[in-house]
Unconditional design. Structure first.
Ligand code: SF4
Length: 469
């Protein structure tokens, strides 16, 4: 009888042409998609040319996806040069899926951002744009030159970050040498309450196991608590698997996943895998969503967990909403629902995770449905509350050049929906970054202190059709 396997093991076995693989084995696998962006793309391209030859061709021009997103809105010329390297490579190779920041014209100075988010080839943050543009499917292996590539595991696939050298090898061969990770199973019981989001769940996990607790493990998130999350909120969970050292994060595929992928994917031939009864886990933990509290990760580590309530005396200078973790349209709805009809007390910077999110902020009302004539959009509500809204990109999530929107150029305290709070991550090395859910960030923006969102949220927040297909 076949050995029971986890879905991670089954996906690896299928891509290695094997009936069975075991944790710790090294196997060659075929890669479905390789992602790169403006920071690591140029280095990867350089190694590819060096190792495979100046005239070499990528293994499959339809499976290489290039999404510039990191250093876009800056006057820094080196950043614009990186974009040009990507453009030249895309032209040379005939790569089909490239999302150009068409407003960067090779002119000195800060580029004028897109005027209409629906009328640009630019997409914004790669991990948000990948599923939107149909490059994420259950049962596949997606590699990317970015540590948060694990985000796509929310769709029931193996997605993980690789370095430029490994990525260059994939560019040339379509293969990689992969060690099968053992799986850690995290089961969430109960329905998500109105005052929690997936950010609280993942901060609870990382707080328990530490930033190295899942090193080279697959983190499997399951249970009715996960099923009760929107697909976007599941992306927040898998996005932060790397903050525990995880090789990947993965969720079960359900009707929400299938509907989204059917509507977006450019390939119909994907496979849904499930964990076999009796599959082996190297670690198991269970959480009750009914007793979990809104959490923050204090400076300077994602595992420095505390409750928002315990941190109520922490005075803040700034709030930040954005990134692949907390810049999705449902995150924007959570923030708008808390801020509606109120005024922020501290500078609050909002960066849509993608141009689609930006367009949806203009198109949808606070319940996530198309707004009626005269009704306020999510965007209107945030502007009315005093937020500053930037163009979609990674922006201050990783600091970036000094002129980056929302960057912490001073040693201030910031509460943020992002995923990392190491010293200097958002700019100044002495700034203190508190990671929190969009609800906690919004509640804190209203008071100027870290604030438990239960002070403002008691009813479920509807997100309607936002982020569903
Ligand atoms: S938004 Fe932040 S975490 Fe996400 S890809 Fe960009 S820099 Fe990395």
């Amino acid at each position: 009888m076949a050995r029971p396997m986890t879905m991670t093991e089954k996906i690896i076995a299928a891509h290695a042409g094997r009936a069975d693989v075991r944790p710790g084995e090294n196997v060659w696998v075929n890669v479905d998609i390789l992602l790169t962006h403006d920071v690591c793309g140029p280095g990867t391209i350089g190694i590819f040319h060096e190792q495979f030859g100046r005239d070499a061709k990528v293994w499959d021009r339809e499976r290489v996806v290039i999404i510039p997103d990191h250093y876009i809105f800056t006057a820094e010329e080196k950043c614009h040069r990186n974009i040009q390297i990507l453009r030249d490579f895309v032209r040379e190779q005939g790569i089909r899926y490239y999302y150009d920041p068409d407003f960067i014209k090779n002119e000195p100075g800060m580029p004028s951002p897109y005027k209409d988010p629906t009328k640009t080839s630019y997409k914004g943050v790669c991990h948000k744009a990948l599923p939107e543009e149909g490059h994420v499917r259950p049962g596949e292996i997606l590699l990317g030159t970015d540590s948060h590539t694990c985000t796509a595991g929310a769709f029931g696939q193996i997605a993980t970050g690789v370095g430029n050298t490994d990525a260059a090898f994939v560019l040339g061969t379509g293969k990689t040498w992969l060690k099968v990770p053992p799986t850690m199973k995290f089961t969430f019981h109960g329905e998500i309450p109105p005052y929690l989001t997936a950010k609280d769940l993942i901060l609870a996990v990382i707080g328990d196991i530490s930033v190295s607790g899942a090193t080279y493990k697959a983190m499997y998130f399951t249970g009715e608590g996960i099923r009760s999350l929107t697909l976007e909120d599941r992306m927040t969970l898998t996005n932060m698997a790397i903050e525990a050292g995880g090789k990947s994060g993965i969720c079960d595929v359900d009707e929400k996943t299938e509907a989204y992928v059917r509507a977006r994917s450019n390939r119909p031939d994907w496979t849904v895998y499930t964990d076999d009864p009796g599959a082996e886990y190297c670690y198991e933990a269970e959480f009750d969503l009914g007793t979990l509290e809104p959490l923050v990760a204090k400076p300077h580590s994602p595992d420095n967990r505390d409750t928002a309530y315990n941190c109520r005396d922490v005075k803040l200078d700034r709030a930040y909403v954005g990134s692949c973790t907390g810049g999705k349209i449902t995150d924007m709805i959570f923030v708008a629902a808390v801020l509606q009809g109120k005024q922020v007390k501290i500078p609050t910077f909002v960066v849509p995770g993608s141009t689609e999110v930006h367009a949806d902020m203009l198109r949808l009302n606070v319940r996530g449905e198309p707004k009626a004539n005269g009704e306020k959009s999510i965007y209107d509500i945030l502007v009315d509350a005093g937020c500053q809204i930037g163009a979609s990109s990674c922006a201050a999530c990783l600091g970036g050049p000094k002129d980056t929107f929302g960057r912490l150029n001073e040693p201030v305290n910031c509460i943020s929906t992002t995923n990392r709070n190491f010293p200097g991550r958002m700019g100044h090395k002495d700034a203190g970054v508190y990671l929190a859910s969009p609800l906690t960030v919004a509640a804190s923006a209203l008071t100027g202190y870290i604030t438990d969102p239960r002070e403002f949220v008691s009813e479920p927040i509807a997100t309607g059709s936002a982020g569903t297909v």
